[in-house]
Design a protein around this ligand. Structure first.
Ligand code: H79
Length: 452
């Protein structure tokens, strides 16, 4: 008993010191050493690519209300179209995903080369895709009448891909989710999160959203973060668990250098790739393939495979992850344009994955022909604009170099490497091997050194 108490006091002391010490800024659990954190984050940092799934009652309305297109995101429709709560709730009786096949979804994610799946356990509308004992506004109350997350989680464990849950703090359904009785709602939400961490095996990431509501505080976020990590210590939790994103955004506007500590393990730029990444911080860009998260029958504005692939490379070159979204239909089908794009990305990764998974950010500030990723002893030169004159210039590289070859070339035929006064010039084939991104591998000695 005494030992237990002493242990509590030591942790409390460390917490107090950490909160006062700016060096701990952005380390969400101060009692964790850097080494422990690196270990916990290792799979996620290596993964680089995940599949986001937005699925819920908004997949039934699919971007329209009473036959009219509703502008904006389909998953925001309840708010944007001003749908009364009890009218929106009727969608639950129409949600019947008879074509849902978890094995297929997971197999598609695997084929795409994604290393984790993040699915909406609950979005802003408050509807739960899982069997929650704490509400009837869940999958059990649909015609389908079965837990929709369980088969997906089981398949993820079986096919060895991480299962992760998105959970919205903002909730348009629960009567206490705003106002005086918010504490009741927080108890309810915590109860549901305990269900999610108890019933679906090990969870990779908890991905919060909707943290911007005025009732939610950074203190609540930190407390939640700690309690969730006590249940599954290896859990990774995004920055939207607390208010760090909003506070830093507001402070940045005021040009204040903020060194306060915020809850969460990684930053979450949405629909954007930060120009220079988020140096010194783990981060993940989440993005849609068309213009919507949830299924939208009127949205045909699909990004091209090349565009998406280059975004993945761009993100990797800045040290981030890419969480690419699909919005399945209410019947449970992933739209064909999404399938095609995911499969094309998978074909590229099957050949070039070495240049993405487990890589670190580029040592170059800027490359006019493309991007760079790296691993111990190698640079991966991602050539988007193939040189017309057959000379690929690697500016300012000072390291001693070894072999160079096209990664997709099975024979690894060596390319000539020249060392003019500054940098490196690689002689590449006249015709472009892959117009989207040809990866040229360049072996180097030691850590990359680049002169400006
Ligand atoms: O689930 C997807 C979207 O439905 C959800 N996030 C992704 C992952 C989303 N909900 N709302 N939005 C995106 C846009 C909301 C933007 C705002 Fe704000 C919320 C504007 C003001 C409050 C966040 C906080 C951005 C600026 C401040």
């Amino acid at each position: 008993m005494l030992g237990f108490l002493a242990h509590r006091w030591i942790i409390a002391g460390l917490l107090a010191i950490a909160t006062l010490c700016p060096a701990f800024a952005r380390a969400a659990l101060p009692e964790e050493t850097k080494q422990q954190r690196d270990q916990r984050m290792a799979w996620w940092r290596d993964a680089r690519f995940g599949m986001f799934i937005h699925w819920g009652l908004y997949s039934v309305s699919a971007g329209e209300w009473k036959g009219k297109k509703v502008p904006g995101y389909s998953c925001m429709l309840q708010q944007t179209a001003n749908v009364p709560r009890d009218e929106y709730t009727q969608l639950q009786k129409q949600f019947n995903p008879v074509k849902y096949d978890a094995e297929n979804w997971v197999a598609l994610a695997k084929r795409a080369g994604a290393k984790y799946i993040v699915i909406t356990s609950k979005h802003h509308d408050g509807f739960c895709l899982f069997d929650s004992k704490l509400t009837d506004y869940d999958a059990m109350g649909t015609l389908y009448g079965r837990d929709l997350l369980k088969p997906l989680a089981d398949e993820c464990h079986r096919q060895e891909i991480k299962i992760c849950f998105y959970h919205s703090i903002l909730d348009w359904h629960h009567p206490d989710a705003k106002g005086e009785r918010f504490a009741n709602y927080v108890d309810h939400m915590r109860g549901q999160l305990r269900e999610l961490l108890a019933n679906y095996g090990p969870i990779g990431v908890l991905w919060f959203d909707g943290e911007w509501i005025p009732e939610w505080t950074e203190e609540q976020g930190q407390a939640l973060y700690r309690d969730l990590r006590k249940i599954q210590p290896d859990l990774i939790i995004n920055d939207r668990v607390g208010r760090g994103r909003q506070i830093t955004r507001a402070e940045k506007r005021k040009n204040v250098d903020d060194t306060r500590e915020f809850a969460g393990d990684f930053g979450t730029p949405e629909q954007e790739i930060p120009g220079t990444g988020m140096p010194g911080w783990d981060w993940e860009t989440c993005m849609t393939m068309n213009d919507d998260w949830g299924f939208n029958k009127d949205d045909h504005n699909w990004k091209s495979t090349g565009d998406i692939l280059r975004k993945l490379v761009d993100i990797a070159s800045k040290g981030g992850n890419f969480l690419l979204n699909v919005g399945p239909t209410a019947e449970g089908e992933i739209p064909q344009p999404s399938v095609e794009r995911l499969e094309a990305i998978g074909r590229w990764l099957a050949v070039n994955g070495e240049s993405i998974y487990g890589t670190a950010a580029s040592p170059f500030a800027n490359l006019d022909w493309g991007r760079c990723t790296r691993k111990q002893g190698v640079l991966y030169l991602h050539v988007f604009a193939w040189p017309n004159d057959g000379r690929l210039v690697v500016p300012g590289l000072e390291n001693k170099t070894g072999k160079a070859y096209v990664l997709a070339d099975k024979d690894r035929k060596p390319l000539a490497v020249a060392r003019p006064d500054k940098g490196v010039v690689i002689t590449v084939p006249a015709t472009v091997p892959d117009p989207i991104d040809t990866v040229v591998v360049l072996e180097i000695e030691g850590e990359p050194r680049v002169s400006p």
